[in-house]
Design a protein around this ligand. Structure first.
Ligand SMILES: [Ca+2]
Ligand SMILES: [Ca+2]
Length: 238
């Protein structure tokens, strides 16, 4: 009887293994830590599409936009106490697009984006828009935008988490396109504006087609059922 119970448990485990987990899509320099900065110092992004910060390019939206990475120390005016949500550095940009091509193409599944946005204490909380986008590199189409990130929900000198997900269905016009992510701080129609800080960029993809038990689990399941059948036949025969 003990053998019977063990076989039943084996069969049930085989049938109910959890589905595959979401895969992380690699982002180069996701926390802007590629340059080791001393406290209270910053390193400017070069402008006009050049890549001065590993992995990332920056484009001026107009009005003299730009950006930098910053390691705020304890006496930081932007982030008093020096707290950043990940590592030592945060990125900041004003009236600019900071973007990265990801070296992968759009497929069906559920994409989830997350990022931390910060509100520098030494800058006015102007109503310039900001967003975090998943986009098609060849077409520029926005596949998903976490739009409307504003300082209203972020206290001066602190960061807040923003995340959302979108399901890409069969038939999406951008399937197969190279994809990228970008942070847009400001607007071409609102020159100047103010600095947004951002850090800890993450992207995952959960592909439904991969949500099946692994072969080893199937082997265990089939073995369990087979042995169970053999056991029952022996019981019936006896
Ligand atoms: Ca960081
Ligand atoms: Ca502020």
């Amino acid at each position: 009887m003990l053998t019977f119970r063990v076989l039943m448990v084996t069969a049930l485990l085989g049938a109910s293994l959890p589905s595959a987990r979401a895969a992380t899509i690699a982002v180069v320099n996701p926390g802007f830590e590629s340059v080791a900065l001393a406290e209270e110092t910053s390193s400017a992004f070069a402008n006009s599409g050049t890549t001065a910060i590993s992995g990332w390019s920056i484009f001026d939206l107009g009005g003299g936009g730009g950006g930098q990475t910053l390691n705020p120390g304890p006496a930081s005016a932007a982030f008093p106490g020096g707290a950043v949500p990940e590592g030592n550095n945060t990125a900041l940009a004003q009236s600019a697009i900071v973007q990265q091509a990801l070296g992968t193409v759009l497929t069906t599944g559920t994409y989830s984006l997350s990022i931390r946005f910060g509100n520098p204490a030494d800058r006015d909380d102007m109503a310039t828009p900001s967003s975090f986008q998943l986009f098609s590199v060849p077409t520029g189409n926005v596949i998903f935008a976490r739009v409307g990130i504003a300082f209203a929900g972020i206290a001066d000198g602190t960061f807040a988490d923003f995340s959302a997900s979108t399901e890409i269905m069969a038939g999406n016009v951008n399937l197969g396109d190279q994809i990228g992510i970008k942070i847009v701080t400001g607007s071409p129609t609102v020159p100047g504006g103010t600095y947004y800080a951002f850090d800890d960029v993450r992207l995952t993809l959960d592909e439904p087609s991969r949500v099946v038990p692994v072969p080893a689990a199937w082997a265990m399941f089939c073995g369990g059922v087979g042995l169970l059948g053999l056991r029952l036949r022996k019981r019936a025969a006896g």
